[in-house]
Design a protein around this ligand. Sequence first.
Ligand code: ZN
Length: 186
Amino acid sequence: MKAADLNLRDMLQFNPEQGRITFGADNRMVLVGAELMGSLVDGLIDVGDVTTARVLLRRCGKEAGHRLARLFKEEFNPENQQEWLAFGPTMHAWEGAGKPNLAAFEFDPATNHFLLEVHFENSYFADQYLATHGSATEPICWLLAGYIGGYCAEVFAMELLCREVSCKAQGNPYCTFVVKPRDAWL
Ligand SMILES: [Zn+2]
């Protein structure tokens, strides 16, 4: 199946009798309000600090990205890496996380060169942060950065790291995420 054929209107099974929502074969999903995630981020900053929140959310996002990439591979058997990669942003858009647009992609396995840049409109993390705190002094979509990096790392079987280099919460029109090999950031 192609990423363009992903359609959560048909692929989510709502089963209120059992209190379950599932996607694909039997992958449990949960519908929660965007405010809950905003509260979670605020709570992490309150009980720890910004660094703790950043580290924890990036880690959770990374694991979720790896997991979702494996799920798409098993469920939909994408025909190549590009198609497998495309499931990630397509799912983000369907989930309501925001609208990722691919701005740049360079990949040369022979030289270990990898560069992916995503312009992410309507990040719900940025919107929640702006509504609660006003403008941020640094990019704050840590969960999304972890997720994008983890997803790409799983698809391309490389040590990749994603950083958000500018954020809507800082007053930019969209969030910009850049994925490169870990050592290329040093
Ligand atoms: Zn952002």
